[in-house]
Write a protein that binds this ligand. Sequence first.
Ligand SMILES: [Zn+2]
Length: 363
Amino acid sequence: MFIAHRPPFTFMCALLLAATVSTGAAESALSAPDASATGVSASASSDIIELLEQTGALLEWDEFTRTGVLWSGLDSISFAAGESIAVANFDELLRVEPIIYDRGRLRVPRETFSVLADRLGRRADPVRLRPVKAIVIDPGHGGRDPGTFRSLTVDGETITYYEKDIVLEMGRYLKAELSKLLDGPEIHLTRESDVYLPLKERTEFAHALRDDPLDNVLFVSLHVNASPLPWTDARGVEIYYLPATQRRQVLEEEIAATLEPEVSSILNDLKEEEYTVESVLMGKAVLDAIARDLPDTPIERGVRVANFFVVREARMPSILIETGFINNRQDLELLATSEYRRELAAAIASGIAAYVRDFEQLQ
Ligand SMILES: [Zn+2]
């Protein structure tokens, strides 16, 4: 979804006209010539679509008036086909080789292309109306707490696989993948090595990343499932979140202290509701991505409710991903390999990235 606070189109046109007149540029006030009239050859110009692809800008085009606005974030460049003047941000004149309208296509002369690409490229990031400041990846357990474990014997060799190692490597891959997919948020791991980290420190680490108490931080905990049996037929990925009713007070104390108790209680309810909704949306996006990218991995459809400490204490949208069952042989054979850890991390990353992009575009 693209949202921008833009003036009505007629207002833009009026500004464009005013700009043209005020410079007294006679050549630009004349009729809009087409490609054949100007002799601009196709090789010296590019389709405007290339400019949009290169800069990430969006084009608002009026076929009737043959005027357009290129949007890059909240920055704009207004132009009319055949005119040698464009207007940046509705007030700055740019002298350009005219953009030519030719049989339904807009062709941008090479020189104009580089001027516009330079301008639009400077702030070509999509509008982040609700930026996510950070994403915290929390590989469960660590150090003296190995989590769940099972052994596999392959070719006479028995190896024991520990949850703490599986989720640490997966967490590292997840961080690398998210860093590739998202420019905006900082990506952090609660632990980078095989160290013991109390649960409280994991969520406190996430809270401490906020400069402002209202900064958006997301929390993703990685674990490996185990059923009470030695081995099980149950397999696949499950995602958990905490329902609003079980959430502790989520409003930051710093803010709550400045409010009347009733106001703080209402805001707290809203915040709980928001975190719950956002957690479920994030969980669904991850499940969708796994279903799409790893169709052989069974997933528990629907995001499930649970009262895990890390999701309870994370006063932010938070999910806990059970990445598979250690006591299912098929799952364990997959989880035992770096290849699968990387594949699953990549799918999780693409789900989180899709969720973050949606989150940031909504007010
Ligand atoms: Zn665990």
